[in-house]
Ligand binder design. Structure first.
Ligand SMILES: Cc1ncc(COP(=O)(O)O)c(C=O)c1O
Length: 422
């Protein structure tokens, strides 16, 4: 119990800085009752370490949650911190909503910036990826005939805003087809290369596509686009928090993500990055007091907003950093490879996510050959308490399985055992 308290205190201290962390954030009964967990030892990559991380998450009884790509849970310290921020706000609403947490909010921005190795002046704190993708698309004053490249696997949140411009302004959407199982990264880069024309203004792409978990080569595409004066917007809903991301190194102009998936933040919190030199393109989705602000903060003028959840993002990033971003990165690949090794040679299954580590990580998609995926999904939850997402688009007929850090090798053994039974 002592270790556990220490861990949570460390998380709180890490996220606090000058931020006023409510003192009772570490005294909740659920925390007291939870199992002890070790402090991060950089060298400790043991299964026991990850078993203890799993104990930071409290799921419904017996549930095995392989559906993080749909929505992530918040670990107990993150829930606790957020609850305390809620209580603090409700104790003195006007104070905290209108300035009392100004510094705390900036601390959170800085934490997010550090996580992605960029400047706080390049980060806006928004609600989700859908908002970020709208913000990008609605900022551009494109002319009829201008082209935007969006591959066929892009998520609706990233395509609909552009489709509206297609309907109302006559811009052209170029929709290249992505292979489900490419042979190499270069094959994907080539698809984007061939889609570019002199009329291309923007390439909008996922970092990880949500259909089969494939990683797209953002760095290579950004480099190619930059040479031609084309802007690159990235939907990072499925990547932020799964593996290490250095946004300057990626080189895209804009990157947006929902922190409530792989960063385990409170729900309804997202992050938005705009490269300093590309910020002038952006127009706030909402104009309110502060809209003339020259800084990136002009993009987040919501007036009254969900500040406890926003500060809870700070707790989520602290939790992530406490474990260690390199360690989480490695674990994502370790779980992927563990799962794949257990089913790769089994003729009952067909993996529909590329195996190459440059092309996939902790989201894997698998078909149970000859079975309807919706029926399999229903059986998994009804008979074995396994939750995952059935993917039917692009004729995948496959289960989308997420291997977030609260999944242990024992969970994967259980999953594979049950997959063999359906
Ligand atoms: C690739 C991708 N983009 C965008 C979204 C939308 O996320 P949100 O609802 O948090 O805006 C999702 C959600 O699953 C997604 O997978």
């Amino acid at each position: 119990m002592k270790n556990r308290r220490k861990f949570i205190k460390t998380v709180a201290a890490g996220m606090a800085g000058t931020m006023a962390i409510p003192s009772c954030a570490i005294s909740n009964k659920a925390i007291e009752e939870a199992a002890p967990i070790p402090i991060n030892k950089i060298s400790d990559h043991s299964e026991a370490f990850w078993e203890s991380i799993k104990k930071q998450f409290v799921f419904a009884p017996a549930l095995r949650y392989f559906n993080n790509a749909s929505l992530g849970p918040s670990a107990i310290p993150i829930q606790e911190a957020t609850n305390e921020f809620r209580a603090q706000l409700d104790g003195f609403p006007s104070k905290y909503m209108w300035g009392g947490w100004k510094e705390a909010k900036e601390e959170t921005r800085q934490q997010v910036a550090d996580l992605f190795s960029v400047s706080a002046e390049e980060i806006a704190l928004i609600h989700n990826t859908t908002e970020g993708m709208n913000l990008i698309a609605r900022s551009f004053d494109l002319a009829p005939g201008d082209e935007v490249i969006l591959a066929d696997h892009e998520h609706a949140s990233g395509t609909i805003p552009w489709e509206v411009w297609q309907e109302t302004k006559g811009i052209q959407l170029v929709r290249p087809t992505l292979p489900i199982l490419p042979d190499s990264v270069e094959e994907i880069v080539d698809i984007y290369r061939k889609a570019i024309t002199p009329k291309t203004k923007v390439i909008s792409m996922c970092h990880i596509i949500n259909t089969n978990g494939m990683i797209l080569p953002v760095k290579e595409v950004s480099k190619m686009a930059q040479e031609k004066g084309i802007l690159v917007a990235v939907d990072g809903a499925q990547s932020a928090g799964m593996f290490q991301i250095d946004l300057h190194d990626l080189g895209c102009d804009f990157y947006t993500a929902s922190a409530h998936k792989w960063l385990f933040s409170p729900k309804g919190i997202g992050v938005f990055y705009a490269k300093e030199v590309s910020q002038h393109y952006l127009k706030p989705l909402m104009v309110a007091r502060g809209y003339k602000d020259k800084s990136i903060r002009r993009l987040e003028n919501y007036n009254t907003r969900n500040l406890p959840e926003l500060l809870g993002l700070g707790a989520a990033v602290a939790f992530h950093q406490e474990i260690g971003k390199e360690k989480i990165h490695q674990r994502s690949y370790e779980l992927k490879n563990y799962f794949r090794s257990k089913i790769a040679d089994n003729p009952k299954f067909k993996l529909k996510t590329p195996s190459n580590d440059s092309l996939s990580s902790a989201i894997q998609v698998v078909e149970v050959i000859g079975k309807d995926v919706s029926e399999i999904k229903a059986r998994l939850i009804d008979e074995f308490n396994i939750d995952c997402r059935p993917m039917t688009k692009f004729e995948l007929n496959a289960l989308r399985l997420s291997f977030a850090i609260y999944i242990t090798k024992k969970d994967i053994d259980y999953l594979v055992e049950k997959l063999n039974m359906v």
